[in-house]
Design a protein around this ligand. Sequence first.
Ligand SMILES: *Cc1c(COP(=O)(O)O)cnc(C)c1O
Length: 386
Amino acid sequence: MNDKNIAFNTKTIHGGQEPDKAYGAVMPPIYQTSTYAQTTPGGHKGFEYSRSANPTRTALENSLASIEGGEYGLAFSSGLAAIDAVMKLLSPGDEVISTNDLYGGSYRLFTKIFEGFGIRFHFVDMKDAHKVAELVNDNTKLLWVETPTNPMMNIIDLKAMVKIAQEHKLLLAVDNTFATPYLQRPLELGADIVMHSATKYLGGHSDVIMGGLIVKNKELADRLYFIQNASGAVPGPMDSFLVLRGIKTLHVRMQRHCENGAAIAHYLKKHPKVEKVYWPGFEDHPNHEVAKAQMNDFGGMISFVPKGGQFEDAVKIIENLKVFTLAESLGGVESLAGHPASMTHASIPKEEREKSGVVDSLVRLSVGIEDVEDLKNDLEQALSHF
Ligand SMILES: *Cc1c(COP(=O)(O)O)cnc(C)c1O
């Protein structure tokens, strides 16, 4: 379907999709095949080997491009594989500027793998665009942005980052995992690359690991496609099918995630045992105005610090939750609770962690789409345990 003139809520269902060519199947078949019959050497129907392309994956890649307002989508076997592909655009000596409360796995990939290949990373408080601009030098090639950040829910001004990137001819890549294109579409603001851990909201059901990249520029798409095929971190057809199915309900799920997220954020903020709540929808959030300008709503991710809480108190609260499940990850229909200091952010040294606010008692919630009263009641009883 030509999707230039359809709304986002229609793109999630129809964007880039057409009935299957073989039998008209409305849902893309799971083409569980590694290879394709050729009539003569090179005589194939656009598919020759499933690392290079697979019809189920192509259907997903077209959907990704559509919902992000891009031209080209590329699916990877995980979010980190997608980030890995972006870093392979660089050469030894190149420099990257990124945020100092980055997703732990991205930080680990940058510092433990790519620094070893001669790429230099600077981690800075990207809320302050001046600090980013100050670090740019002749070797700088890429800005790697995550907003809202994980787990502190900081908001980075995408327009300010676009300005710096354009001024210095840098690539601007945005990890859009937390916001999803329902809330924010960085390509429309001038970013070059959008990255997703489709494991989270795009898949939406905590049943698959997957990554994605979306770009507008053909030359950049070609370079990334070359890396995708040459390095080979591609998802299988079954997983591609699952994420494509997840995307079809992205807009209705996100609407409920946002509603429940707002209700839980306000509930926690008023709670006598809660010291601080991090959620970009609060008017006193330091970058609330930027969030309002670049996002359509504020999402279902919330972090909070229990009053006077220590490591053990956070653990006690989390262990007593019954509707919220203690688990890594986020963005599924079910509510999850996590403890960044010992889980997602354990790979970041304590000193670095605390500099950005990830204290030992911080609790992170991925608010799901259950009945919100059940979620509140669950938090109420869990908070009574410390
Ligand atoms: C989970 C996550 C990733 C990594 O994705 P995987 O699918 O786990 O490899 C990257 N960025 C953010 C913000 C994430 O939440």
